[in-house]
Design a protein around this ligand. Structure first.
Ligand code: PGA
Length: 243
């Protein structure tokens, strides 16, 4: 695993945006996997800024988001669909037909998951996947004890995740209890992975992910087996990394 420790959050975001921009410059029809949450907001800002400087276009890019809350309509302000429009899609020249986010309101969830997985396959697979990490080691919404072989599926969120994400809602009761998420197998099939982490509350999980056993108790530990992962952290999240 390549490890880059940025001076601060902005530095972490810039390095990641540069990598994603380079991917799109080298392959304009790239298939990109996207993440939500607090961590990548700076990354999206930097990516939009590079795009606005005319360095590259998203016209031929296809995107697949990692996950979406179950039951939230795409116009719901807390949905990941809304987040993506606000933080990225409305600022760039992407073709809206090329955006893919699981539909949290689908009537037949199993069919939605199957079709999401098939769309990724038909697009030729994900060239570069962006990931965040939960304090419990989740990637996407693959909570501890996940099956490593899982593909896109409905997951129940851990109490820890519900609590962490309640900061984006007016009350904890409003946080959905489940979500549709790409599985670990889906994520592991991405050709390249960038994992971002910021702040000292992530330091411990980053250290465990890098040096601990590969176990479903810490879903991100499976990334030790992926051939092309770049971990980009700020100083705080990287403070326990032994080099
Ligand atoms: P965060 O979430 O970026 O809001 O910390 C990361 C995650 O839960 O994967």
């Amino acid at each position: 695993m390549r490890i880059i420790i940025g001076e601060n959050y902005r530095d972490m975001s810039r390095v990641a945006a540069d990598m994603m921009a380079s991917q799109i410059i080298l392959k304009p029809e790239s298939v990109i996997g996207l993440a939500t949450g607090g961590t990548p907001i700076g990354f999206y800002k930097e990516l939009v800024s590079l795009h606005n400087q005319g360095k590259f276009s998203f016209k031929q890019v296809k995107t697949f988001n990692l996950d979406e809350y179950y039951g939230l309509d795409k116009n719901n302000l807390q949905s990941y669909h809304y987040y993506m429009v606000e933080n990225l899609f409305k600022h760039i020249d992407i073709d809206l037909n090329n955006i893919n986010i699981p539909d949290g309101t689908a009537k037949d969830i199993e069919a939605e998951c199957k079709s999401y997985e098939a769309k990724i396959k038909n697009a030729g697979g994900i060239d570069m996947q962006l990931l965040g990490i939960g304090i419990n080691g989740h990637i996407g919404f693959n909570e501890p004890d996940i099956k490593f072989e899982a593909i896109t599926h409905l997951v129940n969120l851990d109490e820890e995740t519900i609590e962490a994400n309640s900061r984006f809602f007016t009350s904890i009761e409003e946080v959905p209890r489940s979500a549709i998420s790409m599985g670990i197998k889906t994520i592991m099939h991405a050709k390249k992975i960038i994992l971002l982490a910021s702040g000292n509350e992530k330091a411990k999980v980053i250290e465990r992910m890098l040096n601990g056993p590969i176990t479903p108790d810490l879903p991100a530990s499976i990334l030790q087996l992926h051939p092309d992962v770049t971990l980009i952290v700020d100083k705080e999240a990287g403070e326990l990394i032994r080099e």
